[in-house]
Design a protein around this ligand. Structure first.
Ligand SMILES: [Mn+2]
Length: 424
């Protein structure tokens, strides 16, 4: 299904007048407004292929209808999102769920919709049909060299698929760890993992990056071999300049100060990418900004300040990706909400009065520092985000347009009511 531009215009028409009043109001008192709109237009967020189908829990899965049945249909779904918000111009693939049978054709299909390939994801947290050795007790950290070699070969295979599609990065997330004290020699597990990662690193093309994602717990509940940002940073430092830490917002222990982690990783030039989601208890994979939008704003504020400090391009220096999966929402509507939440938090971070904040910090004026941050957070910037979309030919209200155009109904008619996105 392809949404024609006329359908976007039709959706925007009755909303234009009210929108313009809001934008003019914001721009009238906010000198940097045009610059914010320009940066919002450049900022793209990659959609993970696994978020396009209805997610589940370990208790069950309640499938929606019209889910993508193939890699081609996943790209078509992201094209729908991108038509609606012009902010989702990238896809993050997962191997083996998304093995391209004909990489040239897949690349051409994505290009036709203005979509590029962000980080490739490997999978050594499951055993695949026909796989020789099991990952039950880990992959890159395994006590058996044969298992480690199999996992290394898989990661290199993922790099090769990515090369064929024009991706420039590999994300390695390991479920490796232990669930009981005594199960593992921590030092040996680290050393095996590092040696394995070195072999994968050596297979990276010159212009590629490797992202090392950490996670505090689950599926292992006593130790994770890449359990926090310190361990990820240790691997990334020992590997070399192409290796970076990837921060997934849901992969921390409760109440972790993620904004501080982000700040220090940026300072060290070792923040590589981001997985956005939200959580209340653990790795809940909830919609970005649905639980704690203030924390999201504080994280973006450190991202903007840290990237400016290092003179980094906001849009292209880091891998910006969503990593979420839901069992009660329409996955496409959910992704539209997530992208919107990211852009709102980014816009709020961009309007923080940095000079005033620096002054407050130097004077130890704690009250003023809080006032400066909350002034930005409490400003309704949604009209600026909408204006950025409008200027790129997207919908003023993407979810409303999605519903008005009956997109889900059309997808069900096209694909059936009991389809299942591959891999989930
Ligand atoms: Mn993740």
């Amino acid at each position: 299904m392809i949404l024609p531009h006329t359908s976007i215009e039709k959706s925007n028409a009755p909303r234009l007048a009210a929108h313009q009043r809001k934008v003019e109001h914001l721009l009238s008192f906010f000198a940097g407004g045009e610059e914010v709109i320009k940066r919002l237009m450049e900022f793209q967020i990659a959609i993970p292929s696994w978020a396009l189908g209805t997610g589940g829990t370990r208790f069950g899965r309640f499938a929606g209808g019209g889910e993508p049945r193939s890699l081609e249909e996943k790209i078509e779904d992201i094209a729908l999102l991108h038509t609606l918000n012009k902010s989702s111009g990238a896809i993050s693939l997962h191997i083996p769920w998304d093995i391209p049978q004909n990489p040239q054709a897949i690349k051409a299909l994505a290009a036709q919709h203005g979509i590029r390939f962000d980080a490739m994801n490997s999978n050594t947290f499951q055993d695949q049909p026909g796989q020789k050795l099991s990952y039950k007790f880990g992959s890159l950290h395994h006590v058996s060299k044969a298992v480690r070699d199999q996992a290394i070969a898989h990661n290199i295979e993922v790099i090769r698929y990515g090369e064929a599609l024009g991706s420039k990065s590999l994300t390695v997330w390991l479920s490796d760890g232990s669930s009981f004290p005594g199960q593992l020699n921590f030092r040996e597990a680290f050393q095996h993992t590092l040696a394995s990662l070195k072999e994968i690193y050596a297979a990276l093309p010159a212009d590629w990056k490797m992202f090392i994602e950490y996670k505090a717990f689950e599926p292992n509940f006593y130790s994770m071999t890449v359990g926090d940002w310190g361990q990820s940073y240790l691997y990334a430092s020992k590997l070399g300049p192409k290796a970076f830490t990837l921060v997934d917002l849901g992969h921390h222990l409760p109440n972790a100060n993620i904004e501080q982690i982000v700040s220090l990783l940026l300072m060290e030039g070792k923040l590589g990418g981001f997985h956005f989601n939200d959580s209340k208890y653990g790795d809940d994979d909830l919609t970005v900004g649905s639980i704690n939008p203030y924390q999201l704003f504080l994280i973006f504020r450190e991202l903007v300040e840290g990237m400016d400090n290092q003179k980094m391009n906001h849009a292209s220096s880091l891998g910006w990706m969503i990593d979420a999966s839901h069992n009660v929402k329409d996955p496409l509507e959910d992704l539209l909400q997530s992208v919107e939440a990211i852009k709102v938090a980014y816009a709020q971070a961009l309007i923080v009065d940095q000079e005033k904040l620096v002054l407050a910090q130097r004077e130890n004026d704690v009250v003023l520092a809080q006032e400066v941050l909350q002034e930005a957070y409490r400003t309704d910037v949604r009209a600026l985000v909408g204006e950025a979309r409008l200027r790129m030919g997207a919908a003023l209200d993407p979810i409303a347009a999605f519903r008005e155009q009956g997109v889900r109904k059309a997808l069900i008619a096209e694909r059936g009511s009991s389809t299942q996105a591959t891999g989930l």
